[in-house]
Design a protein around this ligand. Structure first.
Ligand code: SF4
Length: 435
């Protein structure tokens, strides 16, 4: 065995978990390749947030059949959220008998030992830990792939049970990592040259609520603020139910914390928020936005918005449009609600597709016009950019407020902070020149 290939589906949590799967394989002497055909071990790290995502992954798994037939020694591993759903691992095994190892979200750390067991006994393996609060595995090596950004988990799982979301069913209840381990991991990443630290959790604002030490997200950020060095800190995802004024104020006071808050609102209607079980009101959401504007007038505020949730009326949708106009998000990830099997909302009465389509079209048009207006504010000004990528002599990086900017530059500049004057706004992208 010399080469491995990992394909990651879904969110940043999965991207980082794939870095741990890669760490396990690298520590056993394997090297990454960019395509499945050359690999000796293929890992699919899967997502089940939408039915469409699962269908796509199933299609991709099906395509591995011919490869496995031509190379019976190939090891095929399916892992992640899709496998963790009740009965799903057995169904996958039945439908795709050529899969060698199936690992749940809480069993990924077992990858190495399961490969050994497979090689020894030659038997297919399913390993799924269904505990509500599985132990956190701290000793897994990480092979980072997102320089200059280092993903760092601060917690796992979710307690919220939003009625449209499958995550609490496949990721268990909230478990916070020990703060000293988090700080030590951040220090190591900074010492290794990483310039951006992104703290990961399904609901970072409730960090520490399961610890006995009185630790919370505010105190963790205070500790992170004490770490020396020039680096940026971002985090995802915040929940309006738990974000506090004191956290917002702390972010505003420390230069390393990016002035970029992603705060998913999902809907501007109290009736819909209630049906979604989001546990905050539009009034509370607008109050939080008020705090962000008060302490960080230049902050980039982004959000997620879902339209067409079961029971959403014209008046509910009008509330969402009104909230979007009031907040003026820098950017919004907009979705049409689609039922996710296994969640309460999937059993609610659905609204017609043409209504959903008309609403999303209007929402996207409104948000695009706001994003374009906000972009105009950037023109002619100079911002510090952390260069994240380069292609064909064009670098891409972000402002502290989270806006992507493109400008001429070299690959060697990835990971450097540079000052860039914004000269052009085209199709919601900012372009500039180094100064
Ligand atoms: S907070 Fe809600 S949307 Fe986010 S992961 Fe938990 S249940 Fe899902």
């Amino acid at each position: 065995m010399n080469y491995y290939y990992i394909e990651t589906f879904g969110c940043q949590m999965n991207v980082h978990e794939s870095e741990k799967l890669a760490g396990i394989l690298e520590s056993r002497g394997l090297t990454a390749v960019s395509g499945a055909s050359r690999a000796d071990v293929i890992v699919f790290n899967t997502c089940c947030i939408r039915d469409t995502a699962e269908k796509k992954i199933e299609g991709n798994i099906g395509e591995l059949k011919a490869l496995k037939r031509s190379r019976p020694d190939l090891i095929i591993v399916i892992s992640g959220c899709m496998t963790q759903q009740a009965g799903r691992a057995e169904a996958l095994k039945k439908r795709f008998p050529f899969i060698d190892i199936i690992l749940g979200t809480n069993n990924q750390y077992e990858l190495g030992e399961k490969i050994d067991a497979l090689l020894k006994a030659g038997k297919k393996i399913i390993s799924i830990d269904n505990a509500d609060k599985p132990a956190i595995s701290e000793e897994v090596p990480v092979f980072r792939t997102s320089f200059p950004n280092a993903w760092i988990n601060i917690m796992y799982g979710c307690n919220n049970f939003c009625t449209y979301c499958i995550v609490p069913y496949v990721r268990g209840r909230e478990r916070s990592r020990d703060p000293e381990r988090i700080i030590s991991e951040i220090r190591s990443a900074v010492n290794e040259g990483y310039k951006e630290i992104t703290l990961l959790g399904q609901n970072v604002d409730s960090y520490g609520s399961d610890l006995d030490s009185g630790m919370n997200f505010y105190k963790l950020l205070q500790k992170i603020a004490e770490i020396d060095g020039k680096f940026r800190v971002r985090f995802m995802t915040s929940h309006p139910k738990d974000l506090s004024e004191e956290v917002i104020k702390l972010i505003s006071e420390h230069p390393n914390f990016c002035k970029n808050i992603h705060l998913p609102v999902q809907s501007g209607s109290n009736a819909v928020l209630k049906k979604m079980n989001r546990k905050y009101s539009r009034e509370r959401y607008l109050e939080l936005i008020g705090y962000i504007r008060k302490y960080m007038p230049e902050a980039g505020i982004t959000t997620d918005i879902m339209v067409g949730f079961p029971g959403e009326t014209d008046a509910d949708f009008a509330d969402t449009m009104d909230l979007v106009e009031k907040v003026r998000f820098q950017n919004a990830f907009t979705f049409v609600y689609s039922p996710r099997n296994g969640t309460p909302a999937a059993a609610m009465e659905q609204i017609p597709a043409d209504i959903k389509k008309s609403r999303i079209t209007r929402l996207v048009a409104l948000q695009n016009s706001i994003s374009d207006e906000i972009s105009l504010d950037y023109l002619g000004k100079t911002y510090e950019i952390l260069i994240e990528d380069e292609e064909g002599g064009i670098c891409a990086g972000r402002t502290d407020s989270g806006r992507l900017v493109r400008f001429p530059g070299d690959k060697e500049d990835i990971g450097k902070f540079v000052n860039v004057k914004i000269t052009k706004n085209k199709a919601s992208s900012l372009y500039g020149e180094k100064v």
